[in-house]
Design a protein around this ligand. Structure first.
Ligand SMILES: *[C@@H]1O[C@H](CO)[C@@H](O)[C@H](O)[C@H]1NC(C)=O
Ligand SMILES: *[C@@H]1O[C@H](CO)[C@@H](O)[C@H](O)[C@H]1NC(C)=O
Ligand SMILES: *[C@@H]1O[C@H](CO)[C@@H](O)[C@H](O)[C@H]1NC(C)=O
Ligand SMILES: *[C@@H]1O[C@H](CO)[C@@H](O)[C@H](O)[C@H]1NC(C)=O
Ligand SMILES: *[C@@H]1O[C@H](CO)[C@@H](O)[C@H](O)[C@H]1NC(C)=O
Length: 884
C-alpha cells in the first residue's frame, strides 16, 4: 500500500506547504467503485466521471448515442447509484483543517466518510467543502456518495413546489421537472438533444490539509483612469468554519510589457463569515504604457498578463499561491436614447443595445454555445473545446452566448476564449421554464451564483451576465399556460432573478451589465417591472426570432432588432456523422422510426421540407431522396442564416442593429438540429457560409420584393473603406463569363454599414435567366468574399446545365502549424451551385458549399496526415445542385 501522496501546491523557501490528496480515479492510490441500489450492478467508477460513462466502460450499456439508446438506457436514471472511494492514508497531516472538496456533484446526494454522514448536496454547479477532520483515519478510508435518482428527486420536489411547465413536449423523449433541480437543464432533453439524467462526481475531488487559510479564488477589476489602469485584486480566502480571523501578508505580482514585473504586498487582518470565508484586497496602479489592450477576435490581439497572488499566514507561516491570466479592456453595454445616434431618423424611438469595447462600438458576430457533450463530465474535453472555439474564431466570430440550459463551462473553456478573443454572453443556468422560489432553492442558488461569478469574473472574455434564457418571454407569452397565476409567477421571477441573483452579481462584479433575461428589453424591461409588455420589442434590448412558416431566404421577412441573440433554422447532419449512430440502411429515411425518434422539434421535418420545396424540386420517388434531403436541408439552413445574418449586419445602417448570434454553434448528438457544426466536429454548409457572411468587409445585397436590389457595404474594421469600387456582374446560368457589369464607387466609415445610394433594378422577364455577383476592390482591403443575388428559386431558373468539373490536387504541399496544407484546384465549364467536397481522409476543406462562377478556383485542404497529392485527389468526391 502506498503512503500518503502529498501534492505540493506552492512552496516558497522553507515555508510549510499546503497538502492535497487528489481523489481522482487516475490517482493510483485511490480506487472508486459504483453500485446500483440493490447491488445487482457494480463496476469501476471514474472521478471525474458519471454513471453513463462508467456503465459504458463496464459494458453494461452500449454506446449511449447510437440508435435508440437514449431511451433504452433510461432505467439508469431511475435507479440510485452509490460511488465509493477508498484511499489509504498512512499518516494524517497534523493540520487544523482537513476538508473534503467536491468541485462538482451531480446532483442530489448524501456524503459519508468512514460510515459517518458529513453532508448532502443538491446543486451540481456548487463546490462542496466538508470538514472531515474527525472522520479521517490513519489507514484505509472510505468516502461514500449516494446519489438519488434525479428524475425522482425532481418529481418529489415538484409535488411541493410545482412550477410550470408540467412536462416537456412528448417528442423530446425526456423527463419532467428539470426546473426543480440545480442541474444542467438539458440533461432531461431538449429540442436538439436527448435526455441523459446523469449522476456522478463530474469535476475533481480532493482532500486538502492546512492550518490557517487558502486562496480559493480571485477577482480582479481593471478600471482605466486617465493614463493608467487601477487594478483592484480581491483574494477570496477560505478557512475552517471555526476560525474567526485570518491574517498575514497578501501579495501580488504581474508581469507587464518590457519584461517588467510589478509587485504589491501588504499585511492584513480580516474577520471571517460563518462559513469560514473572507477577502483580502490589493490595489495596483499600472501605467497604460506597459499594457497592451485585449481585443475581441478580428479587432486586435488578445494580450494576457500573468497575475500571481500569494498569501502567507501570520500564525502558521503557510504560503498559498494561485495564478490567473487577466486582460485589460473596457467594455460597456450601451443602452442610450437612440436619437443620439447617427441613424436617428430611421431607427425609431427607444434605446440602443450594443457592446462598446475599448471605446469602440462593435457589432457582435457569433453564435450560441450548447454543452460540448450531453454528459457533463465529458463537456470539458479539451480537444472538443479547442476544435469548436477555433472553428468559431475561423468564422470571424467575436461572441458566443453560453446558453442557460447548459453548464458553467470549464476553466479551460474560458481561458481559451480569453486567448482566442471570443467574448462570452453568459446566461445563468435557468432556461425555458418557470422556477420555484422556495427557501431551499433560493439558498442553493445564492451559493451557486456567488461561487461561479467569483470563479469567472477575472476573464476578459466575459462580456455580460443574463439571469436566464427566455423566461421573461415565456411568462409574458403564456408559453406554459401560466396566465391564471401570472402574478404568482411574476413575483417568483422577481424574487429569483432580481432580488436574489442581481445583487450578488452586481456586488461581486460591479463593472459588468446584468440583464435579468435573454431576450429582454434591457433597461426598458427593468422599468416595466422585469416582465415587460412586449419582451421582443425591436426598439430595446435583444431578441430571439424563429419563423418557419415564411420563406427564410427572403430578407424582407425579418423584423428589425437592436441585437439578435438567437435565430436559426434546422438541418440534418451529414450521412458520415449519422453513420456513427446507426448503420441500419432502413433508418436513412425521413419517416423511419429512427429519424422520427431523433427529430425533437414538433413538425420539424415538415418545416425543413417547406423551405426546401420553395427552392428545389425533390420527388419522393427519387432513388437518392434521403441523401438529397440531407444536402438540401444544409443548403436551406446555410442560405437562410446567410440571409438573416446579413439582414442584421445591414441593419446597423438604419436601425443600429449591433449583434447577430445565430442558434446554434454545436451539437450533442447525431440528429436534425439548428447547429452549424455536427456532433464529432464536421462542419455543415452553414459554418462554411458563416466564414463569408461574417467577413469583416463584405458587399451585401438585399433583394427587395419589387425586384430592386439594394446594396450595403459592411466594414467591421477600425479603418474606413476608401477608393472602393463595387462590381456588380450579371451572369446567365450557362456561363462563367459575365454578360455585363456595373461599377459603383463606394466608401464606408470605420465600424459601419452603409447603404450604397444606387439600387439595381431587375426586369421581371430576366429574373429566371440571370443572377448577380458582387465584389469589391478598395484600398488596403486584401480580401472580401463574392456575394450573390439569385432572383428566382433554383428549381425554376433557365439555363443551368451539367458542369464538367475537374479536381486536381497541386503538388505544392505546405507544412503549417495546423498540419499539411494542400491546394485543391477546381475547374469547370459553367456555373456550379453549392459544390460540396468530401473525402474520407482526416482533415478539413477551408471552404465548401461553393457557388462556382469562375472557370478555375482553388480551395485549401488542411490535414495532419501527409499523403501524396494524387491519393488525396482520388479520395475526393463531390456533389452539387442540379435541377431534377
Ligand atoms: C435490482 O434492480 C434492478 C434495476 O436496477 C432490477 O432490474 C433487478 O431485478 C433488481 N434485482 C433484485 C435481485 O432485486
Ligand atoms: C434497424 O432496422 C430495423 C428493421 O427495419 C428496425 O426495426 C430498427 O428500429 C432499426 N434501427 C435501429 C437503430 O435499431
Ligand atoms: C483600494 O482602493 C480603493 C479605492 O479605489 C479603496 O477604497 C481601498 O481602501 C483600497 N484598498 C487598499 C487595500 O488599499
Ligand atoms: C441625429 O443624429 C445626428 C448625428 O449624430 C445629430 O446631429 C442630430 O442632432 C440627431 N437628431 C436628433 C433629433 O437628436
Ligand atoms: C450567357 O452568357 C454568355 C457570356 O456572356 C453568352 O456568351 C451567352 O450567349 C449567354 N447565353 C444566353 C442563353 O443568354
Amino acid at each position: 500500500m502506498q503512503t500518503f501522496l502529498a501534492l505540493i501546491v506552492f512552496c516558497l523557501g522553507s515555508v510549510v506547504c499546503i497538502n492535497v490528496i487528489d481523489l481522482s480515479s487516475s490517482n493510483s492510490d485511490v480506487t472508486w467503485t459504483f453500485e446500483s441500489k440493490n447491488g445487482s450492478i457494480t463496476g469501476q467508477g471514474s472521478v471525474p466521471g458519471g454513471i453513463y460513462s462508467d456503465l459504458q466502460k463496464a459494458g453494461v450499456i452500449g454506446n449511449i448515442l447510437s440508435g435508440f439508446n437514449d431511451v433504452a438506457s433510461r432505467w439508469v436514471a431511475y435507479d440510485s447509484w452509490t460511488y465509493t472511494g477508498r484511499v489509504t492514508i498512512n499518516q494524517i497531516p497534523d493540520t487544523d483543517v482537513a476538508h473534503l472538496v467536491l468541485e462538482g456533484v451531480d446532483t442530489v446526494a448524501f456524503v459519508e466518510v468512514n460510515g459517518s454522514p458529513v453532508g448532502s448536496t443538491n446543486n451540481m454547479f456548487v463546490r462542496y467543502v466538508f470538514d472531515i477532520k474527525s472522520q479521517l483515519k490513519a489507514s484505509a478510508n472510505e468516502i461514500k456518495i449516494t446519489f438519488v435518482s434525479p428524475v425522482e428527486a425532481a418529481q418529489l420536489r415538484s409535488e411541493k413546489h410545482f412550477a410550470a411547465p408540467e412536462c416537456l413536449p412528448v417528442v423530446y423523449n425526456g423527463e419532467c421537472h428539470a426546473n426543480q433541480l440545480r442541474k444542467m437543464q438539458a440533461s432531461f432533453a431538449w429540442d436538439w438533444g436527448p435526455a441523459f439524467p446523469s449522476v456522478g462526481l463530474w469535476k475533481p475531488a480532493y482532500i486538502e490539509f492546512y492550518n490557517s487559510a487558502i486562496i480559493r479564488s480571485m477577482t480582479s477589476h481593471a478600471d482605466k483612469v486617465g493614463a493608467h489602469w487601477d487594478l483592484k485584486i480581491i483574494a477570496h480566502l477560505e478557512s475552517s468554519r471555526k476560525r474567526k480571523q485570518i491574517g498575514g501578508r497578501i501579495g501580488a505580482s504581474i508581469k507587464v510589457n518590457g519584461g517588467q514585473t510589478l509587485t504589491v504586498d501588504r499585511a492584513f487582518e480580516s474577520t471571517t463569515r460563518d462559513d469560514g470565508t473572507s477577502e483580502a484586497e490589493l490595489n495596483m496602479t499600472i501605467s497604460e504604457n506597459v499594457i497592451s489592450l485585449w481585443w475581441p477576435n478580428g479587432f486586435g490581439d488578445q494580450a494576457l498578463y500573468d497575475l500571481h497572488l500569494r498569501f502567507t499566514s501570520g500564525d502558521s507561516k503557510e504560503t498559498y499561491a494561485i495564478h490567473k491570466q487577466i486582460g485589460f479592456r473596457t467594455l460597456e453595454v450601451v443602452e442610450e436614447d437612440i436619437s443620439l445616434l447617427p441613424c436617428n431618423d430611421t431607427a425609431g424611438p427607444g434605446l440602443s443595445f450594443y457592446f462598446k469595447v475599448n471605446g469602440y462600438p462593435i457589432f457582435m458576430k457569433g453564435s450560441n454555445w450548447i454543452p460540448a457533450n450531453i454528459l457533463p463530465e465529458l463537456s470539458s474535453d479539451k480537444n472538443t473545446v479547442d476544435e469548436l472555439l477555433l472553428s468559431a474564431r475561423e468564422a470571424h466570430m467575436a461572441m458566443l452566448r453560453v446558453w442557460g440550459g447548459g453548464v458553467y463551462e470549464s476553466d479551460y473553456f474560458y481561458q481559451r476564449c480569453d486567448q482566442l478573443g471570443i467574448l462570452i454572453w453568459q446566461d445563468f443556468l435557468f432556461a425555458c421554464s418557470m422556477y420555484p422560489a422556495d427557501e431551499e432553492f433560493l439558498e442553493t442558488v445564492k451559493v451557486e451564483i456567488e461561487q461561479n461569478v467569483i470563479n469567472l469574473q477575472h476573464h476578459p472574455s466575459i462580456a455580460i451576465w443574463a439571469g436566464n434564457n427566455e423566461n421573461e418571454a415565456a411568462l409574458r407569452g403564456n408559453w406554459y399556460f401560466t396566465n391564471p397565476q401570472f402574478m404568482k409567477y411574476k413575483k417568483e421571477y422577481v424574487k429569483l432573478y432580481v432580488d436574489t441573483i442581481k445583487p450578488i452579481v452586481e456586488g461581486l462584479d460591479p463593472g459588468r451589465r446584468y440583464v435579468a433575461s435573454s431576450p429582454s428589453n434591457g433597461k426598458e424591461s427593468e422599468e416595466e417591472g422585469y416582465i415587460s409588455e412586449h419582451p421582443y420589442d425591436p426598439h430595446y434590448g435583444d431578441t430571439h426570432y424563429y419563423n418557419y412558416l415564411l420563406d427564410n431566404w427572403n430578407q424582407n421577412i425579418y423584423p428589425k432588432t437592436r441585437f439578435a441573440s438567437e435565430y436559426g433554422f434546422q438541418s440534418l447532419p451529414s450521412l458520415v456523422t449519422m453513420r456513427t449512430a446507426t448503420n441500419n440502411e432502413s433508418d436513412f429515411q425521413v419517416d423511419s422510426p429512427y429519424s422520427v425518434h431523433r427529430q425533437h422539434s414538433p413538425g420539424g421535418y415538415g418545416f425543413i421540407q417547406d423551405q426546401m420545396n420553395r427552392y428545389f424540386r425533390l420527388d419522393k420517388s427519387d432513388t437518392k431522396y434521403f441523401e438529397k434531403f440531407v444536402y438540401y436541408s444544409q443548403i436551406s439552413q446555410a442560405m437562410a442564416m446567410k440571409a438573416e445574418t446579413e439582414f442584421y449586419r445591414q441593419s446597423q445602417a438604419d436601425w443600429y442593429t449591433m449583434g447577430a448570434l445565430y442558434w446554434q454553434l454545436n451539437d450533442v448528438w447525431q440528429a436534425p438540429s439548428w447547429s452549424g457544426i455536427e456532433y464529432g466536429g464536421k462542419w455543415k454548409m452553414l459554418h462554411y457560409f458563416a466564414k463569408s457572411f461574417f467577413a469583416p468587409v463584405l458587399v451585401s445585397p438585399r433583394l427587395l420584393l419589387t425586384h430592386d436590389v439594394d446594396i450595403y457595404l459592411l466594414n467591421d474594421r477600425f479603418v474606413p473603406i476608401t477608393g472602393g469600387i463595387i462590381t456588380v456582374e450579371f451572369f446567365n446560368w450557362t456561363s462563367t463569363t459575365p454578360m455585363r457589369s456595373i461599377l459603383i464607387a463606394a466608401n464606408a466609415d470605420p465600424l459601419s454599414s452603409i447603404k450604397v445610394p444606387l439600387s439595381i433594378a431587375l426586369w421581371k422577364e430576366e429574373i429566371n435567366k440571370v443572377f448577380l455577383r458582387f465584389s469589391l476592390v478598395a484600398d488596403g482591403v486584401s480580401s472580401s468574399p463574392y456575394n450573390y443575388v439569385f432572383p428566382t428559386p433554383f428549381k425554376s431558373v433557365k439555363g443551368l446545365r451539367q458542369p464538367n468539373i475537374q479536381i486536381n490536387v497541386l503538388s505544392n504541399i505546405k507544412a503549417t502549424t495546423d498540419g499539411f496544407r494542400y491546394t485543391v484546384e477546381i475547374t469547370t465549364d459553367t456555373v456550379v451551385l453549392f459544390l460540396w467536397l468530401e473525402t474520407q481522409e482526416p482533415g478539413r476543406f477551408e471552404d465548401n458549399g461553393l457557388v462556382v462562377t469562375d472557370p478555375r478556383i482553388t480551395v485549401n485542404y488542411v490535414s495532419n496526415k501527409q499523403m501524396s497529392p494524387k491519393d488525396l485527389e482520388k479520395s475526393i468526391h463531390y456533389d452539387y445542385y442540379m435541377q431534377e
